[in-house]
Ligand binder design. Structure first.
Ligand SMILES: Cc1cc2nc3c(=O)[nH]c(=O)nc-3n(C[C@H](O)[C@H](O)[C@H](O)COP(=O)(O)OP(=O)(O)OC[C@H]3O[C@@H](n4cnc5c(N)ncnc54)[C@H](O)[C@@H]3O)c2cc1C
Length: 392
């Protein structure tokens, strides 16, 4: 009997996720945007069906699927409902992946099973009001005090922070500067000294807001430290940041979903809309747009797949993950804009989802590392040295 290849298995998986996403999430996709409402019911359904634990190992109650599966899942969910895609991205490629790779057996047992059931939702707290691209300027401090760590500082733009039960916070241990001393700690909602702000209204992804996080002598048990920073070393920073490789690949996979949705609409609209007595797809000007969109989508999909497959110590390799995010972040803006253009004025109205897709796609080039910073990372890999050293 001929065995099923990985490619066939992944394509079957894609077909089943697509069917599920269309039946479960299509109807209210615009609702979450219009009402700026978190799609809690979608998250509950995802938890019920075990999808929040898709890539969490079976021993912690998950399905133990690969990052390639996670990428396809994120693409297909985001193709139908971007805000639900954001929820999945947090669950699949965010802190739970970091816990799985970096956590102690006790930490994994404590947090991962409840990520699978949806009881726990983890947000990410890296950015600060004064330290966005320059992550190594972060000023949130972590001071060890016996069995506890005391956190002081402020974080910004934490996606899903309003609903999060926990956040993975990057903070500086000891008095060092730059990348030295940085580590990562899990903080639970309700811990005294930890407050969560309200999301600011924004352009896209309006169902899942970003919030500020405030730490005022917040005492956290030391067993919540995921990566302990060493004031004499940059290792903690490098290890903590490597955990964001899956986030980059997932971010790129979501771009594929939004771009594919816009592309499909453009193909079908241009086949039906007539001007000058024929469907507009018969004009070479439209065909070339569609051909460029198809080619860019294909290239991005190959990059995402390669990045999801090439792993080092459980995380995607920096080069492939960075390039995939960079390319996909710009691809999705080009593709959604061209799809809107092909729809003419109809695409510009709220009666069609194109304007929402253009808005949703805009944040990709900022969140999880701006495209400028990603280019810096690629350049550093090319030249074999970093150009990001701080000028004082
Ligand atoms: C939708 C969304 C979700 C987010 N979610 C989270 C989250 O969950 N957790 C979290 O911690 N953060 C999150 N962020 C924050 C995000 O990581 C930051 O916005 C990003 O790192 C940039 O920081 P900044 O906005 O402060 O811009 P700045 O760093 O102030 O940059 C401003 C501009 O200058 C450019 N720039 C800065 N330095 C350089 C340089 N060396 N070379 C070239 N150009 C440069 C930037 O690329 C940008 O265009 C999110 C952001 C968005 C948009």
């Amino acid at each position: 009997m001929q065995s099923v290849t990985l490619e066939e298995e992944l394509e079957e998986f894609r077909a089943s996720v697509r069917k599920f996403a269309e039946s479960a999430f299509a109807q209210k996709a615009s609702y979450w945007d219009e009402h700026e409402t978190f799609p809690a019911e979608n998250r509950e359904l995802l938890a019920e069906l075990g999808y929040l634990g898709l890539v969490i190992p079976e021993e912690y109650g998950g399905s133990g699927a690969t990052l390639a599966h996670a990428s396809i899942f994120l693409e297909e969910i985001s193709r139908v409902c971007f805000n639900t895609g954001l929820i999945c991205q947090l669950a699949l490629n965010g802190p739970s992946r970091a816990i799985e790779v970096l956590g102690t057996p006790e930490q994994k047992q404590r947090w991962l099973p409840k990520c699978v059931t949806g009881e726990y939702l983890f947000g990410i707290g890296i950015s600060e009001p004064g330290a966005g691209s320059a992550v190594t300027d972060l000023s949130t401090t972590a001071t060890i005090d016996g069995d506890h760590v005391v956190i002081n500082g402020q974080k910004a733009f934490c996606t899903g922070g309003e609903q999060a039960t926990h956040v993975m916070v990057l903070a500086r241990f000891g008095g060092a500067e730059g990348a030295k001393g940085v580590g990562s700690i899990i903080v639970e909602r309700g811990t005294p000294g930890f407050d969560i702000g309200r999301p600011a209204p924004k352009m896209g992804g309006r169902g899942v807001g970003e919030v500020e996080l405030y730490f005022d002598n917040c005492r956290v048990p030391r067993e919540n430290v995921l990566v302990e920073g060493d004031p004499n070393s940059t290792k903690g920073f490098r290890v903590a940041m490597s955990a964001f490789g899956p986030e980059r690949v997932g971010n790129a996979a979501m771009c594929l979903g939004v771009a594919q949705a816009a592309f499909d609409l453009a193909v079908s609209y241009s086949s039906e809309r007539t001007q000058f007595g024929r469907p507009i797809c018969e004009f070479q000007g439209i065909q070339w747009k569609v051909a460029d969109m198809a080619t860019q989508l294909h290239a991005a999909r190959l990059m995402v797949r390669e990045a999801a497959t090439k792993l080092e110590n459980g995380f995607p390799r920096a080069k492939e993950a960075t390039m995939a995010k960079l390319y996909a972040n710009e691809m999705v803006q080009r593709v959604t804009n061209e799809a809107l253009q092909i729809h003419g004025h109809y695409g510009y109205t709220r009666e069609f989802p194109l304007e929402r897709m253009v808005r949703d796609s805009r944040g990709f080039a900022l969140g999880g590392g701006t495209v400028e910073i990603l280019r810096n990372t690629v350049a550093a890999l090319v030249y074999g040295r970093s150009f990001n050293q701080r000028r004082s």
